[in-house]
Design a protein around this ligand. Structure first.
Ligand SMILES: Cc1cc2nc3c(=O)[nH]c(=O)nc-3n(C[C@H](O)[C@H](O)[C@H](O)COP(=O)(O)OP(=O)(O)OC[C@H]3O[C@@H](n4cnc5c(N)ncnc54)[C@H](O)[C@@H]3O)c2cc1C
Length: 384
């Protein structure tokens, strides 16, 4: 399929149709069990224009498109939704901060899905207070190029990406830890980079990696935008990150809910479908309530983001929190409702249950979102 236009009228429907053809439930389970990334599915989704739609015709971010795609994907092959989150993040950073030459070189292949990018911020000593914990350093050499050494942790898809968007400290830490950090475009094949897969409980079809960097040479033209502004660049993507995290968490909740409801109507006990029991009806209603609330908050936040309304700061945080809670509540309720069958690897409830944990702490933990809302929504003193 050729990418004829950035704007897809019905991204939900396009995702559903690609998944129906390329990602039946058995295949999703096989890739999760084998801990393998489904490159064929990625190509099919990209070929249908689902990455390209991240930007609208005028080159602005299209949050409504991204949220629709991610919600739909997360209800099926959740790891693929997370891979899309990373790719959308790279699009957002390059689009906002890339020099004209960088945009020319990197954006089109990213949007076509010809290249995977990874986003390398977190480090072993801390993901939350990451600027203060950052030990990876980039030293400027006399010829203007940089040498990067250090370590990154939890980096999605870095085993086989084309390049890393990697943050490293370029100026010694001062009173404000967020200053003096630079984003680099680092080709994965650069000598001095070693990746090691981390064995994780969820999102197993997208490898999370440790990255070891030893004197990795990067030319000056691979600084994304301006040096020393990297952390500020990332802060600028936070609303989009929260929206996309919310979309994935919501999709997981929906996938789990649909399975639980179907199970409730077909499984019998005491001569009745288990969905006839009040206790289970209540938990399904509570799950649905959380899902509907999260969907409404996400919709409001997405509209604010696409309209450039500053209310998106608080709205995207609320949506992320509501969706994270919908995800963990619904997958827990689904596991209980399915009894032993929830535990069986042949059915996806246990995978939803595992995968839903991711967005309780990524890209920001729910505790930090609450801290932020305490300050920005309630006007209370900053607590961190
Ligand atoms: C599957 C997976 C994929 C990931 N993908 C990526 C990726 O592609 N790129 C990337 O850069 N990173 C990635 N991450 C890292 C992720 O963003 C971090 O795990 C996250 O930011 C949390 O950091 P941490 O794990 O170091 O927890 P910590 O920062 O150690 O936090 C530990 C606990 O302390 C709490 N805490 C800390 N400060 C406060 C405070 N002030 N108030 C209240 N509580 C506080 C936290 O909420 C948390 O409960 C990924 C992680 C995983 C597991």
């Amino acid at each position: 399929m050729t990418i004829s236009s950035h704007a897809l009228a019905e991204p939900h429907a396009v995702v559903r149709s690609v998944l129906a053809e390329h990602a039946p439930a058995d295949r999703v389970r096989e890739f999760d069990e084998a801990e393998k990334f489904d490159h064929e599915l990625f190509r099919a989704l990209a070929g249908a224009g689902l990455l390209a739609g991240a930007l609208d015709e005028s080159g602005r971010l299209n949050h409504a498109h991204q949220a629709a795609v991610l919600t739909e994907l997360a209800a099926g092959p959740t790891s693929m939704a997370v891979a899309f989150v990373v790719q959308y993040m790279a699009v957002q950073l390059l689009n906002a901060h890339g020099t004209p030459a960088q945009k020319d070189a990197y954006l089109a292949p990213l949007l076509a899905g010809d290249v995977h990018a990874s986003f390398a911020l977190s480090e072993p000593d801390g993901g939350t207070d990451v600027a203060r914990a950052m030990k990876t350093t980039a030293t400027r050499l006399p010829d203007g190029s940089y040498s990067i050494s250090g370590r990154k942790r939890w980096i999605g898809g870095a085993m086989d990406c084309g390049y890393l968007l990697l943050l490293a400290r370029t100026t010694e830490i001062g009173p404000s830890a967020i200053e003096g950090i630079t984003t680099f475009i680092v080709p994965r094949s650069t000598p001095g980079i070693v990746t090691r897969e981390i064995d994780t409980m969820g999102i197993r079809s997208l490898a999370q990696t440790d990255i070891f960097l030893d004197d990795v040479g990067v030319p000056a033209e691979n600084v994304l935008g301006e040096p020393d502004r990297g952390f500020r660049q990332v802060i600028g993507t936070l609303n989009g990150e929260r929206l996309n995290a919310a979309a994935v968490a919501l999709g997981i909740a929906r996938g789990a809910f649909d399975l639980a409801l179907t199970w409730a109507t077909s499984r019998e006990a005491f001569g009745r479908p288990i969905g006839a029991f009040q206790a289970l009806q209540h938990s399904l209603v509570d799950a649905r309530l959380k899902i509907e609330a999260a969907a409404l908050l996400l919709d409001r936040a997405v509209k604010a983001a696409d309209a450039g309304d500053p209310s998106v700061d608080v709205d995207s945080a609320l949506a992320k929190l509501a969706a994270s809670e919908a995800g963990t509540f619904t997958t827990d309720a689904g596991m209980r409702l399915m009894g032993g069958w929830g535990f069986a690897r042949e059915l996806p409830m246990q995978r939803y249950f595992r995968d839903a944990r991711l967005y309780t702490f990524a890209p920001l933990t729910d505790e930090m979102i609450r801290n932020y809302l305490g300050e920005k929504m309630l006007g209370l003193p900053r607590s961190y």
